[in-house]
Write a protein that binds this ligand. Sequence first.
Ligand SMILES: Cc1ncc(C[n+]2csc(CCOP(=O)(O)OP(=O)(O)O)c2C)c(N)n1
Ligand SMILES: [Mg+2]
Length: 632
Amino acid sequence: MTRITVAQALVRFLAAQEVERDGLRSRFFAGCLGIFGHGNVAGLGQALRRHNDLLRYVPARNEQAMVHVAAGYARQRNRLGTWACTSSIGPGATNMVTGAALATINRLPVLLLPADTFASRGPHPVLQQIEVPHDANVSVNDAFRPVSRFFARIERPEQLIDSALQAMRVLTDPADTGAVVLALPEDVQAEAFDVPEEFLQERVWTIYRRPPAPDALHRAAELIRAARRPLILAGGGVIYSEATHALRAFAEASGIPVAETQAGRGALVSDHPLSLGALGATGTSAANRLAREADLVIGIGTRYQDFPTASKTAFQDPDVRFLNINVAAIDAFKHGALALEADARVALELLNGALESHHADPEWTARAASEAEEWAREVVRVTAPAAEGELTNQASVIAAVNDAAGETGVVVCAAGSMPGDLHKLWRARDPEGKGYHVEYGYSCMGYEIPGGMGIKLAAPEREVFVLVGDASYLMLPGELATAVAEGVSMTIVLVDNHGYASIGALSRSVGGAGFGTIYRAGVPTDDDPLPQPLPVDLAANAESLGARVFRARDVDEVREALVSARGVEGPVVIHIETDRYAGVPSYEGWWDVPVAEVSDDPGVQAAREQYERARAAQRSLISPAVAREVAR
Ligand SMILES: Cc1ncc(C[n+]2csc(CCOP(=O)(O)OP(=O)(O)O)c2C)c(N)n1
Ligand SMILES: [Mg+2]
């Protein structure tokens, strides 16, 4: 037994956790990000200072952003590592709630340590404490419960032992992982107790690859053999499980084409003849055309969010069936699928064997290759630079970054019009699938810069390219200062179209005329639909935070700046003004955004009519035969 404080025990515990998969062992916590206040400065602050040699401490600028750093790191490490995040009580803690939701939705491990009000309740109410008249146990930290996968408030020192182990169980479980919250009352953090030595010793969490049930595997092989037009939908699980090579081998042996979700983008390199690219609302013509006719969808590591399913209009074969490979039961059973609850890599390898060289209809495979080829030509057409004298188009900026990134660079994005454009246009080149990092589970404006920082911390050997819209930049630029302070090199391309271009386009498509989506003085009127945008100089803002800034006037200058950025230590920002109206078209995809059913505006009425027509294609997507098997 050692008599130390709760905070000291926790820091020493975190420093001693390791994770192992496929015989490879590494530290689980890279360090602790944090911002101190009265809730954590004397407890965790003291412990982190005392044990700085065991656990690195990095001061952040915004608590939400520091959780994004941890999430970006975790995703780049395929969930085999993360950061702890410490905050004070009250606003510092609730600032992390958005970060927690993002991590949980994307199934990324992050450990959050919000401080909490006194367990003793001695001096209550304290600064920043919410008082709930009917419940003395509630604090603002209860807001973490719906957005985390494990929550414990450590009200007595001894509780730390059990809760810290439970926290690690959840963080290292690929099916369960997400935000884990240990709320730490400020008095308890500083309290000493007798800690058993075993708690502080090195502990290895082995992540085994879960195999599918043999019967399920057998049925899955039968389903694939019986299919005439099978299609793979690769999600993030393929990449996290390091199954990209197994996927390629499976696709090549079976001749089944591969479409991808946002998290699964890059699971198969784009120039592969079986690579159809993005599926759904932001899908390619190739993927959307084949999906429409597919009679079997093999979903691997996907949540079937409304973008890949085009709000359940993507699959139109009346008898379409689903076979889902997923470690999480909630996803494996979606659409009444035949569920292979298993690790993606193991399941693909076993399926490959069970299929005994079965090959899909060669005509179907050939059709995939010709659609993929046609799509590659379309990408070249769409990403061509704007004509002389015209404002730069976003697609050409994406192509410039794609070229600069090569095979090993990583592109980062989260919200705005770029995720959709990237989903369609990005040519994925890294066989490991780690070159494309678009956070589209929560699609959180402001994730881009801190997320990029987390990626660079996880993979210092890779070049990181952050694509960020002007509004997303303005929402959360502070971690640029953290990147400067920590010497984190990354290239941030700030695409400035003066406001919410994506929502402006969406607004116009629902008859809303772009209302409220452009940065300007006041609200547009019929007399003055386009008043001057506000003169916000975001490049100067980035410069003031310490970044090296390049002001590009066209896409050629973006390309030059991307070359110049290579040699620069610390973050670089390339500012480029783009045409907010030069969008990439939709390729037979649809997204369900309900339009007003009654309105006196003819534009809204027309949009409603169109909406109803499109919605008629929406299907419940339940695999009938397999659903019966599940029900039995
Ligand atoms: C935190 C947050 N608030 C609101 C939204 C809704 N939203 C999605 S995209 C967008 C506009 C983003 O503007 P910008 O970053 O400039 O990109 P652009 O659309 O111009 O490409 C908004 C408001 C969001 N995704 N995240
Ligand atoms: Mg914008």
